[in-house]
Ligand binder design. Sequence first.
Ligand SMILES: N[C@@H](CCC(=O)N[C@@H](CS)C(=O)NCC(=O)O)C(=O)O
Length: 193
Amino acid sequence: MQALRLIDAPRCPYCARVRIALAEKGIPYETVVIDLADRPAWVFELNPIGKVPVLEREGWVLPESAVINEYLEEAFPEPALLPTVATQRANARLLIFRHDDFTGPYYALRRKEAGAEVAFAGELEALDAILGLAPYLTGSAFGLADIAYVPWVLRARDFLGVSFEPYPALVDWLARLAERPSIRAELEVIAAL
Ligand SMILES: N[C@@H](CCC(=O)N[C@@H](CS)C(=O)NCC(=O)O)C(=O)O
């Protein structure tokens, strides 16, 4: 197989999405870690907006975590990270597409903006409601929607001091996810930050 290369930053939750998908699928890859505070100029040659993650495969370059993970799902279909039923696949994509609604309040909370705590609580409540109906965000199987959200949920818990007591289904989901080697590896990355 042609080697995959991930331009990565440990503290980046978008990079975490790709690390988790690669680990779930057991895809071998090389990592090039960059310092987000002092990004090398060549990152802008790969991605004009200078953001990571960036995936490279034999000179072909792909930025954007959600697009990278869709690519991985198509290029490496096993194990599947999207449901097989079209309506459920659409539900997964909708959650990923609307992820900015979740991260807006998350980053506002990180910046300690007024009202952010309440707004982020509303987002966690919404996730908790979904997870009250099924073990994973898009139903009975772990997949790309779970991967899209969990890096921020873990960082909110571990770095922003958010209490998860009001969200029992979310707590159970995190416990289920922590049994997966891909998530355990991320927990180690977070612990080392
Ligand atoms: N939409 C992008 C966002 C990636 C992103 O914002 N990455 C951050 C690190 S977590 C970054 O590279 N920031 C540098 C910058 O904003 O200039 C994705 O999903 O990959």
